[in-house]
Design a protein around this ligand. Structure first.
Ligand SMILES: Cc1ncc(COP(=O)(O)O)c(C=O)c1O
Length: 375
């Protein structure tokens, strides 16, 4: 039996055909017709005017902060429960992250705590807020946007995990001034590594293109008046991404069906819960996140994960909150214990769109066995 991975990439003949066609076209550079087409297609899927394809989602977050003028001395509000990249980008520009805890009903940044933090910083408001769409569920953008606007705070969206999700009838990544997407290998679609910044603002898109290609001035010789970056996605990877993007709806359907199957098999067990879906939207269920109340279930998330590992099944703890990370432990934070609780009880289960029903049965049986053994 082969190993079952958490969220492996899935690709087939369509990707192969696109990549070979791109190779045959001769556009073996960080420019070309597939890159332009991929950007248009990404923009269309997330209902934005512009997409700029980049080498990673982290690069998109970095440039989003730069083009919105965030820099040294600034503070940026950000979800405490997220992957480190959301917060690393704030440090890249020399700003200070302010970590905000989660809403237990959505696991996303708490609108109430965020409003409290804005009130407390009324005299010197933060420059920006990065709202992370956690595990494929869009943050409560409409509840938060008026607070940000009232304090003059730039609204940025980290939609690295939420491509294909919706919120209030609109696509994830269509909220805020700009949003960052990730096409990392573990995401719902991949370019084997890549990302995009999406926006409705032509000036922002143009500046991101400029900064991502070493900020080269439009003259014949190599002229630079500011520091640039080599953050552009290549034409070949964009070709791969086009085939992936065309398959997005099916992938969302698969991941949601996988989630439903886990819930049907495990959801009635005492002490077992799953990440809730907010009434405001439709998550892409990028990863199925289970919670285990060990005092009721009799076993810990660690015991379940370690047992699954003996069966060659990859499961992972939910993100370790940023305030518990040594590198960010000194950051200002507004916490109420929710993210720490979700970390202590959470477990991400294999959720890839290529997971077969019999693979999933293996995972489910493994979890039932370990729970039985501890009961
Ligand atoms: C919430 C979040 N933000 C940002 C990123 C960074 O994306 P990338 O790996 O493409 O740099 C990721 C994933 O890796 C993520 O999960």
């Amino acid at each position: 039996m082969s190993r079952i991975f958490l969220s492996p990439p899935e690709a087939g003949p369509a990707e192969r055909q696109r990549v070979l066609a791109a190779m045959d076209s001769g556009w073996l550079a960080p420019a070309g017709p597939d890159l332009a087409a991929f950007e248009q297609e990404v923009a269309q899927v997330v209902a934005r005017r512009y997409a700029v394809a980049l080498s990673s989602g982290t690069a998109a977050l970095h440039l989003a902060l730069l083009v919105h003028g965030v820099g040294p001395g600034d503070h940026v509000l950000v979800s405490d429960l997220t992957f480190a990249a959301s917060v690393n980008a704030i440090r890249y520009v020399g700003a200070t992250p302010v970590l905000i805890d989660s809403d237990p009903d959505t696991w996303n940044i708490s609108p109430g705590l965020l409003a409290e933090e804005l009130e407390a910083r009324r005299a010197a408001p933060p420059a920006a807020a990065i709202l992370v769409d956690l595990y494929g569920q869009a943050a409560d953008h409409h509840a938060i946007a008026p607070h940000l606007a009232a304090h003059g705070v730039v609204h940025l969206s980290d939609a690295a995990e939420s491509l294909g999700a919706t919120y209030d009838g609109s696509p994830a990544a269509s909220f805020g001034e700009t949003a960052a997407l990730s096409f990392n290998g573990n995401k719902i679609i991949t370019t084997t590594g890549g990302g995009a910044l999406v926006t409705n603002d032509a000036t922002v898109a143009e500046r991101v293109r400029h900064l991502s290609t070493q900020a080269r001035e439009p003259v014949v010789h190599y002229e630079h008046v500011e520091v640039g970056y080599n953050y552009r996605l290549s034409n070949l990877l964009a070709a791969f991404g086009r085939a992936q993007l065309a398959d997005l709806d099916r992938r969302v359907h698969c991941r949601r069906a996988i989630f439903d199957r886990y819930v049907a098999a495990l959801g009635t067990r005492a002490g077992i819960g799953f990440m809730p879906e907010a009434a405001t939207g439709r998550t892409n269920r990028w990863l199925t996140c289970m919670t285990i109340d060990s005092t009721v279930a009799g076993c810990t998330p660690t015991a379940v994960r370690e047992h699954l590992e003996t069966l060659d099944i990859e499961a992972r703890p939910t993100w370790k909150p940023m305030h518990l990370q040594p590198v960010f432990a000194q950051c200002p934070a507004r916490l109420d214990g929710t993210s720490a609780r979700l970390f202590a009880s959470g477990l991400c289960l294999p959720s890839g769109s290529s997971l077969t029903p019999s693979d999933q049965d293996r995972v489910i049986q493994g979890i039932l066995d370990v729970m039985e053994a501890h009961s």
